[in-house]
Design a binder for this molecule. Structure first.
Ligand code: ZN
Length: 226
């Protein structure tokens, strides 16, 4: 296989191939390190690299459309997670985290307003509501931080004693933030707040936790040997 046409590998970010380059990629099948995802021959002929360990393509997703990758990530496929985390330089985890926290803070704030029947003057109500939103944002941020610290602590305590190198907690943090993309489902809840039931919100939480677990599972190899 492998041409420069439509069926060839997408020359996206982080996809390069120099034989002398350090092992900056990983095989999405067996998690082994790889120097390149594909080899660029002359005349635009590209060939996907085959993993020396499992004899499968190092990263078959470099040929795929982003929609296909997203669907595979939604299905919690470990290969899709490895492709996104190790073989791309996607850098939206900070913005994604902030956006999700704002949505969560708004939902909490809205639920708080729903339960409050305030008889104070309008200006005071507006002022109090604004601070309520900031308070909800702070609580949501603290909960998120506590959740991540709990995971880091657990993985640090449970790490294999045979591990020679330090765990890569930055990569794990990035994985956790990216795998929390399910919180984007809160956007419809923000828009159509009256049509969202508590059951929907719980299902979103379950989906986010499942994605977080898969991200941790994919990163477990990195935590032990990276
Ligand atoms: Zn492999």
């Amino acid at each position: 296989m492998g041409t420069g046409g439509r069926s060839g590998p997408r020359p996206g970010k982080g996809v390069a191939g120099a034989a002398s380059a350090p092992c900056q990629y990983r095989c999405i099948e067996c998690n082994r390190e790889a120097r390149e995802l594909y080899r660029d021959y002359s005349h635009g002929v590209l060939k996907i690299t085959i993993c020396k360990s499992c004899q499968k393509p190092v990263d078959k997703y470099i040929e795929c459309d982003p929609v296909i990758i997203l669907i595979n990530a939604i299905l919690c496929k470990a290969q899709a997670y490895r492709h996104i985390l190790f073989n791309t330089k996607i850098n939206i985890h900070g913005k994604l985290c902030m956006f999700c926290l704002l949505c969560e803070a708004y939902l909490r704030w809205w639920q708080l307003q729903d339960s409050n029947q305030n008889t104070a003057p309008d200006d005071l109500i507006r002022y109090a509501k604004e601070w309520d939103f900031y308070r909800m944002f702070a609580i949501a941020s603290l909960e998120q931080t506590a959740f991540f610290i709990g995971i880091f602590t657990f993985l640090w305590v449970e790490r294999p004693m045979t591990a020679k190198k330090k765990p890569n907690f930055f990569l794990l943090l990035k994985a956790l933030l990216l795998s929390s993309y399910g919180k984007l489902l809160l956007i419809p809840a923000v828009i159509w707040e009256h049509d969202y039931t508590p059951l929907c919100l719980k299902l979103i939480k379950v989906f986010v936790l499942t994605s977080n677990f898969q991200a941790i599972r994919v990163d477990s190899f990195v935590l032990s040997v990276a």
